[in-house]
Design a protein around this ligand. Sequence first.
Ligand code: G
Ligand code: G
Ligand code: MN
Length: 628
Amino acid sequence: MRVSRQLLGAVIGVTMLALLVYGVLAYWLTQNADLQKRLELLGQIGQEIAQRLADTKGTPAPHTLERLRSQLAPAHSVLLWETGNEALVIAADPQTDEALLTALLSWQQNRQSREATEEGRFDSPGGDYLWVQSPLPGRAEEALLLLEPYGESPSASTLRSRLVVSGIAILWIAVWVALFLSARISRRLEEKNQALRHQALHDELTGLPNRNLLLDRLRQARSAAQRHGLPFALFLMDLNRFKEVNDTLGHHFGDRLLQQVGKRLGASLRENDSIARLGGDEFAMLLPETDRHGASVCAGRIHQVLQHPFDIEGVRIEAGASIGIALYPEHGEDPASLLQHADVAMYQAKRSGGYAFYDPGQDSHSVRRLRLMGELRSAIEQGQLHLHYQPMLDLRRGEPAALEVLSRWRHPDLGSVTPDEFIPMAEQTGTIHALTVWSLQQALREDPAPDLTLSLNLSPQCLQDAALPEAIADLLARFDFPATRLQLEITENAVMHDLQRARQLLNRLHDLGIRLAIDDFGTGFSSLAYLRELPFDELKIDKSFVIDMAEENNLAIVRTIIDLGHNLHYQVVAEGVEEPLGLERLRALGCDRVQGFLFSRPQPADALRDWLREGAWRQTGRAASRGA
Ligand code: G
Ligand code: G
Ligand code: MN
């Protein structure tokens, strides 16, 4: 607004200046035009007089001169008879026209300086005068005519009035042009300003408000909530699979996914709810006048809406989302603490799936989390990690056949940290590659039982790492460890995620001679047709079904999986065998291998060597048979 006013002022100023210049120029022009015209006229009169006086002998009588002057010359003029040095006769009435007399004297005083010219203009104390000297043919004398340029010639006055009219027209046009231009320019400026303001407060990719605007709206929401005594809810959400999408399909797909997520969020919330993108795959939602119940209804709806696969250029992408919720005023009074607490809740949601409200009791968790995430890599380098081994027994032979390798972290201050806690961190921070290499190397170095297979867990994320087969082959060669004694366990749902890539990588590993197992089978949603296309050797039934096989449904599931596995020519392993009764049932169902606390908990290499030497499993097996 201020800028446009300044602009208008400037344009009008320039117009006025132009008009002023025009005025001065016009004035000068009319003055000069007038002067020229008058001099010409005066010259003609002078010549006429000279002609009429040509026949006169001697000095003409004053009344002759007076007659000529009044007949020919305009009023306010003097006609002189000039004889070289003196003006002899004055044809005028000096009594009535004193000014003319003064002018005449002043002309005479200055005559020396205009010797060369015959006409001109001069200033006398009485005013401005024109003069013309007309030689008389055949005589030494000259006639001189002086004229006070009184009044205006008709030509000058028409010229002046034309100039005035055109001046007004120009002013009028200039003002309109100035108004038009300044309106246009100020509109442009306003548009540009608006675009800049929008840019400063919105996310370019999705067009949603950004963090700054969200903070502003949070402050507004807080004052409104304070005035009306109503709560509001802040959601913080991130996508569960965004990194995978970006890594496997490229940033272009990632961007499109974010745009579509933004659209779905918009469609599933109310008009006056705000949705913001805070960066990466993190979104925030502000729901005014919403209590705990309303928040859980909305969070449930959003979670469900994002659960549906996205279709991006013909590729089906399952994103899924975790939502953390902080309520005003219950969980925080100011925007900063609400955001922080929604963030803590989001991590709770990541663990539990779906959405979670901020729980102050869990908050210490997030401090711990941040610390552990920061320290994991150096913990590996400093040897804070070590391995435990848990045997798998072959049910037909009644002997151990393989050892599952499981990582442990003994933190110097925080004590033991479970893999359920640090493996997801390693995946999130990208430390998982280093961790995998470390566990394989450590297992090959310790190799507690040279006649048993070593079964290592492979994180889903490692299936994206095309360099993995070479890294594993190098380690095997370095320790001179036969590939056929190594098995890799991959969680079921991870395999299905990017089948094309997974298939390539698994085939390369399998070609090296490494055995492959599907871990936690029954918890994911694999298509059986896909499973058949992948080079698996073993299927591990998830322990959640095995632990409680007294329950009818679990038993049915275990039986079905064993049949399925056998029909597809997999070796079937049941993990989580805790009870002798369970062991007997598995034996009866024809399960190939068992693993569980009934035989052995995961234990360090030395303890496991002792366990193997003592042959403690024989006791367990027989006890189980008798109990059955
Ligand atoms: O024994 P336990 O509670 O430790 O195992 C918990 C989970 O952690 C299991 O699902 C197991 O697959 C996983 N896990 C343990 N060690 C490793 C490891 O070195 N790498 C990977 N990727 N997962 C592991
Ligand atoms: O997901 P994965 O299969 O890699 O997990 C192996 C995990 O199962 C390890 O954490 C191990 O400690 C655990 N585990 C092994 N046997 C049993 C058992 O009999 N009961 C229970 N509850 N957990 C077991
Ligand atoms: Mn496992």
